[in-house]
Design a protein around this ligand. Structure first.
Ligand SMILES: [Zn+2]
Length: 53
């Protein structure tokens, strides 16, 4: 997937995903993108939670 090189989407069109286990959150354009980022975060920061999935 391309990086957002100079491409800025209207803030109102973004969606946010918060972590249930810490203060982490991410903002993205699509639910699949955010879901992937959240999974990556779980794997890195909450491996015990990640392994239960
Ligand atoms: Zn977290």
């Amino acid at each position: 997937m391309n990086r957002k090189s100079g491409y800025v989407r209207n803030a109102t069109e973004t969606i946010e995903r918060a972590c249930e286990h810490c203060e982490w959150h991410a903002v993205g354009d699509t639910h699949p993108e955010l879901a992937k980022r959240y999974q990556d975060h779980l794997r890195d920061d909450h491996p015990s939670v990640w392994l239960r999935k």
